[in-house]
Design a protein around this ligand. Sequence first.
Ligand code: AP5
Length: 225
Amino acid sequence: MTKERKTVFLVMFGPPGAGKGTQSKMLVERFGLSQISTGDILREAVKQRTCLGQQAKTYMDRGALVPDEIVVGIIEDRLSAQDAGGGYIFDGFPRTVAQADSLSQVLSRMSREIDCVINIHVEDEELRKRLSGRRVCSRCGEEFNLFFKPPREDKFCGKCNGELTQRKDDQEETVKERLEVYKKQTEPLIEYYKTKNKLKTISGVGGIPEVFRKTCQILEDLAKR
Ligand code: AP5
């Protein structure tokens, strides 16, 4: 990031369950960035039963990727509609080489490029545990994790007493598929961004605050450039 630039364009990258969403939300709070999470946008569309949601659901429920042209369209809409503030965090996008190429084209029309890709590395066994343990409050959206942040009562939210649910794609078979899809379609982006000298890999294990210290350090280093 050069001194005259006021915004940073960051990709939060990693396999399902690596902590991309968790870290992105914390960076938004700390640095005033705008988060664009394709997963959150698609889940909201499914919940609202929009045309996009109906299209996306068939892919999401089985752990497959939603087609590139749909997600690239979402990103273009958000970039034109949303105020950048301190910059953007792309959370869970891009996920294929075609998406990464499209992102680069969209940004170049804005005379911008990705400043950094934070690759959060976590082993599969830990990922499976995190995803299978996640529970979400159906009323207020608060997240719990049976292993890492257990709810006080088994099936109810400690905040609003709403019922806790499991994301359909967090069921064991679908998690397996998501991890396979990641390896086949998304992992090649590590090499893609490495050759562009954009990649910073950190370990995503060791507690959320510890990982956050590492992601903050990367942003602070970027700001000094
Ligand atoms: P999306 O919602 O993006 O899901 P994902 O990346 O597969 O998985 P998560 O969001 O669960 O992972 P995360 O890395 O954000 O981890 P989180 O912080 O939540 O996508 C869902 C679906 O939408 C896709 O399968 C696809 O169908 C579609 N889609 C989305 N984007 C797309 C795209 N670009 N192209 C095509 N299709 C797309 O954490 C997970 C759990 O771990 C939580 O319980 C959390 O509390 C816990 N946790 C986090 N960090 C730690 C830590 N350090 N220690 C212990 N626990 C931790």
